[in-house]
Design a protein around this ligand. Structure first.
Ligand code: NAD
Length: 445
């Protein structure tokens, strides 16, 4: 099949590479000429395990091409996927300007029947909006070409995106048109071989399903973070509590790890967008408001703990913190809404120096941190520790799980470790001679 993908970020490029891998001809369109140049040279501009090899191979075999021209992308396309960003506006609502732009351009350029598939995360009603914009553009040039707009939200997670796309838990297709559903079934057949994996529903339900899924996951994280906070106050250990509750199949073990709060390009903006949608519709999103509040508090809880620790020693001003992990989670270079940014801002606002290391996100982090003279990003986790008064672990990269603690101790001026991801055992850290602070468990001093 001939597929055009508009927007080659985490979702667009992964979808494109996986569709191409199954033998489809895929043309990727991106407005950013640098991105297109990099991809055409066989390189990938984002970090996603397994993606570069897939892109390179399918590009070399001619099934995957890249261009800045939507006209070229639409030349042979039967499907055009919209996979552009949908960031938050200041009021929390979803900014649809990139989606609108693509919809209008499709209307201006399409010359044959087309299924327009919205894969970006968009508020309920966006498929109708896209349909309206395309119709307007077709009418403006007096063209009458058949098209349908289908909602096909994406559920992949960064860090394991290729695997998620290749073996999805489900593929949601929102359409009122049985023929469009059948085309999508064919396109997705290699990924959803068991038929009941592809769930066809109304367009609005599909759009809502994506928000409901992300809000449910964000709720689980805020829930366990709230439980962790209570555990600390009452002397319980959230690790034990997690195992105790997770053993109930209705609850399960997944996604109830306490930590530094959720970040990334999806949960924060999608929770905000659903809150906004609910308010606009006259509903009261009480639970989602609380999910957000808990998360905002959690994101700076480790910074507060660092400040509390150093308060009796004259505060954090002039002291240096080694910080391991900048990305919002492991196995990605995505820095959007990363907790590290909130922590760094809080501590440097209080005069602390931060020496940070991340295996892949340093470049993206540097762009977002900007010109802060109190922050230095270094090339090794041990280099970050040299001469620092404490170490804070923010991201759960595997290479931080079993570090050389002797070396860390030698490099720090004092053995003090704040663990935002509960990577280590308090008793082990105690044996190693560290003052150890973690989430939802008593500190060992
Ligand atoms: P991204 O920012 O990584 O990529 C978006 C790309 O679109 C960029 O390369 C940008 O240059 C391009 N673009 C913008 N306007 C364009 C236009 N008019 N024409 C062509 N290209 C254009 O975004 P992403 O993280 O892949 O997210 C895309 C959508 O998918 C969002 O709605 C997001 O909420 C959703 N989503 C993301 C994830 C994720 O893990 N990142 C998972 C599921 C769903």
């Amino acid at each position: 099949m001939n597929v055009c993908i508009v927007g080659t970020g985490y979702v667009g490029l992964v979808s494109a590479a996986c569709f191409a891998e199954m033998g489809n001809n895929v043309c990727c369109v991106d407005v950013n000429p640098e991105v297109v140049k990099t991809l055409t040279a066989g390189k990938v501009h984002i970090y996603e395990p397994g993606l570069e090899e897939l892109v390179r191979r399918n590009h070399a075999e001619g099934r995957l091409v890249f261009t800045t021209s939507l006209e070229q992308g639409l030349e042979r396309a039967q499907f055009v996927f919209i996979t552009v960003g949908t960031p938050s506006r200041d009021d929390g609502s979803c900014d649809l300007s990139y989606v609108d732009q693509v919809a209008r351009e499709i209307g201006r350029l399409m010359h044959r029947p087309l299924i327009v598939v919205d894969k970006s995360t968009v508020p309920v009603g966006t498929a109708d909006r896209v349909r309206g914009l395309i119709r307007e553009e077709l009418a403006a040039r007096g063209a009458d070409i058949a098209f349908d707009v289908v909602s096909n939200p994406e559920f992949l997670k960064e860090g394991d995106a290729v695997n998620d796309f290749m073996k999805p838990d489900r593929v949601v297709v929102g359409t009122e048109d049985e023929r469009s559903a059948e085309y999508l079934r064919q396109l997705y057949a290699p990924f959803a071989r068991s038929r009941d994996k592809l769930i066809v529903m109304g367009t609005r339900s599909a759009e809502m399903t994506k928000y409901a899924a992300n809000c449910m996951l964000a709720t689980k994280i805020s829930f366990i973070n709230e439980i962790a906070g209570i555990c600390e106050q009452v002397g319980a250990d959230v690790r034990e509590v997690r195992i105790g509750i997770g053993s109930d199949q209705r609850i399960g073990y997944h996604f109830i790890y306490p930590g530094v709060g959720y970040g990334g390009s999806c949960f924060p903006k999608d929770v905000k967008a659903l809150i906004h949608t609910a308010r606009e519709a006259g509903a009261v999103p009480q639970l989602l408001d609380a999910v957000e509040d808990v998360n905002a508090r959690q994101k700076v809880s480790m910074a507060r703990r660092v400040r509390d620790y150093f308060a009796p020693q004259g505060g954090v001003a002039g002291k240096t913190l080694a910080l391991w992990g900048l990305a919002f989670k492991a196995n990605t270079d995505d820095m959007r809404e990363a907790a590290a940014l909130s922590i760094i801002k809080d501590l440097t606002d209080h005069g602390m120096r931060v020496r940070a290391f991340d295996p892949v996100a340093s470049e993206n982090a540097a762009k977002l941190i900007g010109d802060n003279p109190l922050v230095e990003i270094v090339n090794s986790q041990y280099e970050a520790c040299r001469g620092a008064q404490a170490l804070l672990v923010v991201t759960e990269w595997n290479q931080f799980r079993n570090p050389d603690f002797e070396r860390v101790k030698e490099l720090l001026t004092a053995p003090v470790l704040f663990d935002g991801r509960n990577l280590y055992s308090p008793s082990f850290m105690g044996e190693q001679g560290f003052a150890y602070f973690c989430v939802g468990r008593a500190a060992s001093l």
